[in-house]
Design a protein around this ligand. Structure first.
Ligand SMILES: Nc1ncnc2c1ncn2[C@@H]1O[C@H](COP(=O)(O)OP(=O)(O)OP(=O)(O)O)[C@@H](O)[C@H]1O
Ligand SMILES: [Mg+2]
Length: 243
């Protein structure tokens, strides 16, 4: 069988060696697939994407991209492994202009590639062009997310890893950000996304993983999970089917 784009196998990880937060979590993402990770606050969703991004150390298990092991590879090296990660908070430099944010994101590229990809970012996200000379702090929450995503795309990743891109956004902004993400997937970029808005997550993604207490709880095709009372039960804290 062909190796999936991303394969996370039985990952144990945490902020301190004596205190694992993830206990053998496994997920996979196919090429041009959109996968969401949901679960209660503190379930370990951010820890999972941080472990994939090389920020939280993995003490057991593995992360592979197209069959190549990238376990504990440092974040800045992940770009060469085709992964780009956008953290949950503080994902743009608010005291820099939009243009400076993008140029910083393109700093490792040669001049010609940087110019071409930044031009494409402005094409793809016209709102950024409108504000290009302004400090990023003038952007709304949704526009900041667009900037963070645009910057993450500068390395032309095969997989974009996003931690709660809709956090704090108005419903209108959420649908705008999500429709941008859908477009990205249609161009061949895979997305792994943590999402606190369960309904929206299930509506937008191909497959969904539910984490609870640092473990896989339920997973499946998003449209099938949408009607699953057990998914709802986890969110109401009533527990669900054990794997
Ligand atoms: N920097 C850190 N140092 C130590 N423990 C942490 C750190 N960040 C998170 N944790 C702990 O790890 C556990 C999982 O946190 P995590 O941020 O992964 O949850 P989450 O599912 O993303 O929650 P939320 O929905 O609130 O964002 C929590 O018990 C949390 O206290
Ligand atoms: Mg989180």
């Amino acid at each position: 069988m062909k190796a999936p784009l991303l394969e996370v196998r039985n990952v144990t990880a945490g902020y301190r060696p004596d205190l694992p937060i993830l206990h053998g979590v496994s997920i996979h993402v196919g090429a041009a697939e959109m996968v969401t990770v949901i679960g209660p606050n503190g379930a370990g969703k951010s820890t999972l994407v941080k472990a994939i991004a090389g920020i939280v150390p993995i003490s057991a298990g593995s992360v592979a991209i197209k069959g190549t092991d990238v376990t504990n590879l440092l974040t800045h090296k992940l770009a060469t492994a085709s992964i780009s990660y956008v953290p949950q908070t503080a994902n743009v430099f608010t005291s820099l202009t939009i243009d400076e944010n993008l140029r910083l994101g393109a700093a490792t590229l040669c001049k010609a590639d940087a110019a071409r990809r930044i031009a494409k970012a402005y094409d793809d996200f016209p709102v950024l062009l409108r504000y290009r000379g302004n400090k990023a702090k003038v952007l709304s929450g949704g526009q900041r997310q667009m900037l963070a995503v645009a910057r993450a795309l500068l390395s032309e990743p095969r997989l974009l890893v996003l931690d709660e891109p809709s956090a704090g956004l108005s419903p209108l902004m959420v649908s705008e950000v999500f429709s941008r993400l859908k477009t990205l997937v249609s161009t061949g970029v895979a997305i792994l996304m943590v999402e606190q808005n369960v309904k929206a997550a299930l509506a937008i993604s191909d497959r969904t993983y539910v984490l609870a207490e640092g473990r896989n709880r339920i997973d499946g095709i998003s449209s099938e999970l949408a009607g699953d009372t057990e998914v709802a039960a986890i969110y109401l804290g009533a527990g669900g089917r054990k794997r």
